[in-house]
Write a protein that binds this ligand. Sequence first.
Ligand SMILES: [Zn+2]
Length: 226
Amino acid sequence: MEDDEQEQLIEAARERDDKKSGVSDRVSDELIVRTLIGSGMRVSEFVHCRPQWVRADESPARISIPKHEDCECSDCTQKASEAAERRVENPNGTERFKKYTDYDSTLDEMLRKQWKPKSESGSRTIPIMDKRAVRLLVEWFDDHDEIPLTRNAVGYRVRTISDPLGFDHVVSPHICRHTYAVNAVDRGVSVEFLQRAMGHSKIQNTQVYLDVKGDRVAEKFEEAWS
Ligand SMILES: [Zn+2]
């Protein structure tokens, strides 16, 4: 997203929040878009964000994604139960009680393996430069200990905010992550440092963000020579 598109998206989010003010325990749209753009977190990471991840007192503030945390959110429960079903053999439905017990313990085991970062490098510390995003997160976590949204719900919210704006491209949580990367590159963050912030295991995945906008190259040269 271009700078003006980011501003429009945030403004639209704020307007929607104003209309929904009074709806209790609603994660604000502004928190969603500002955090996604401001941290570049994957949507699966965002929905698992916990109060202890947010290190607001440090300068700059940062989000610290741990290697693993047990999770029983609806996303993880669904994935775990699918995995447990696959593991539990149930050829003819006999011995149901035994099988049921077996399913439960298998489900417990599967649940303990749920939420983890996408890869080893997914566990990381992300600098977050948008102070307002940090404040919204801190305020939310003052009263809550999780972001009670599924990945789909976050995607739906982002589309609902952005669709009326009529951009010539869709806006998704992934586009917000992408925008974090482009913003960092525009401000001169090197690809090696960006790779760490994005949690990419391969630098090739980060380099993609450098190549998206051919015009940027010309703009950078113009700036450098002006
Ligand atoms: Zn979960």
